[in-house]
Design a protein around this ligand. Structure first.
Ligand code: ZN
Length: 76
């Protein structure tokens, strides 16, 4: 499993957010309060793959942005 600290704060508690990826899902998780959103990796790939000059690139930044927005909505 991959776990990366993001340069983002939890919209609920201000704690550090982490990106986690395992064999079938990708999640953004708060290390303090446990707030979490997950996507199946297949769905993340469908949203994040970009065709740039004929090369398929995985755009992690857009996945992180969308997961973060979903997290923020979940705190409302
Ligand atoms: Zn939190």
């Amino acid at each position: 499993m991959m776990r990366i600290r993001l340069n983002l704060e939890c919209p609920k508690c201000g704690g550090s957010l982490f990106l986690e990826e395992d064999s079938n899902r990708v999640s953004v998780i708060c290390g303090r309060c446990g707030l979490r959103v997950s996507w199946k990796l297949r769905d993340a790939a469908r949203r994040a793959l970009r065709n740039i000059d004929g090369s398929l690139l995985f755009d992690w930044n857009s996945v992180i942005d969308e997961l973060y927005l979903e997290l923020a909505v979940n705190t409302q």
